[in-house]
Design a protein around this ligand. Sequence first.
Ligand code: NAD
Length: 470
Amino acid sequence: MKMYIGAEWITAADTIAVHNPFDGSLVDTVPSAGAAEVEAALASAARGAGVMAALTARERARILHKTAELLAARKEDFARLITRESGKVIGEARVEVERATETLTLSAEEAGRISGETLPLDAAPGGERKFGFTLRVPCGVVVAITPFNFPLNLLCHKVGPALAAGNAVIAKPPSDTPLTALKFTGLLLEAGLPPEGIQCITGSGAAVGAKLCADARVRKISFTGSRDVGEQICRVAGIKKVTLELGANSPLIIMPDADLDLVARATAVSGYANAGQVCISTQRVLVNNRIYSDLLDALKPRVEAITVGDPLAESTQMGPMIREEDAIRVERWIHEAVDGGARLISGGTRAGNLVAPSLVTEVAPGMRLSCEELFGPAVALTRFDTLEEAIALANDSRYGLSAGIFTRNLDWAMKFVRQVQCGNLMVNWGTQWRADLMPYGGLKGSGTGKEGPRYAVEEMTETKMVVMHL
Ligand code: NAD
């Protein structure tokens, strides 16, 4: 496919091959942008910002509603492309397209809700005959950098609110899964987006992404990806607004009164969907000693029942990991934990990019399987005696994106939501649950700022204060 810069679909001297993570076959190639293409994208976006700011909110909403409509009509095409380039099972890819349609619709609705406030300046000393109000204006050029694991919906969480707010966007998709973003760019144009309102530039994150983030014409960066890259972006960004949606090693606390069948069902979804490559995957299950063996009995058959294989086959529940090096890393961290005294209950094997759904118990908090972000299909069990101990274990992490507790005790649940340092808190479900309208984002090393169209629109606009001296 070509990339879209300066109102044209263009190639570049170098290309990047996109391979199917399941069988290694070539899906397509994309251009690898160099310095000239980055400059062209920035110059075009700077012009596009003027065009976008001049559109009415009604027109911006219409474009986003139309894009949602086109996407819904081509759901299966998009879902199959997501599966082919990311390895996500087809059922999950279809859900991603449905969610992206919802994200665009929510964004379209927000276009008509961008408002300011009047200020009672006559309450201030010397404020007689003054009238004040705020205006919310677009940031201008928004750079949207996305990861491989939700190639469509995470892009829509940036592009939707940015366009709703009247910005021009430079989308920089990941090199593993750039095709969905390029196809989506075509949809925006078909829906009537002004040609310079969007750029979609493909190429190395370190080269292209870093140049975009450092450029003074960009006012807002919205990044979803790893913590290390988030830190690099902050180092080069300078004076800009930055939203960071980063990684995690999400904990799930199981109290003695939990419904263990429900826990097992939730963990099988929350720990292994998209082969564990979800930022809010349940990675650490912290289980009360009194119910430890009952939980293992309930969980083991659920994990072992997950079918692994070709992600395009309707019966497959879990597909490959995105890259073999990551599959090797997951296998290594599991074996490292076992060598250090943990016990393998299920899985622990690998064939190419396919890692068997794995369950490891007696995992010590200092083991990498517990304290680093795994981003793979394994769940680590650690035991505790008291809720205080469980909360301390949950908080013993540099991350703070999502956490869950299973209990019917209101006092325990309230203590958990007050004391656990995470942006998303689930009571009686796994850590991996999200509705696209929610404010979504992490605390601590999991990032800053919120997504969810209503909240992202706030981050993608700026406030001007106006004082009328009457
Ligand atoms: P990644 O950080 O390797 O890459 C993300 C994007 O950043 C890619 O488009 C990449 O090309 C680009 N990039 C790389 N180096 C860059 C640089 N120096 N400057 C600018 N851009 C650069 O992440 P990934 O492997 O694609 O995705 C997995 C990570 O994403 C995990 O850590 C996961 O937790 C995180 N994630 C977070 C959320 C969330 O909402 N918090 C959601 C999904 C994924």
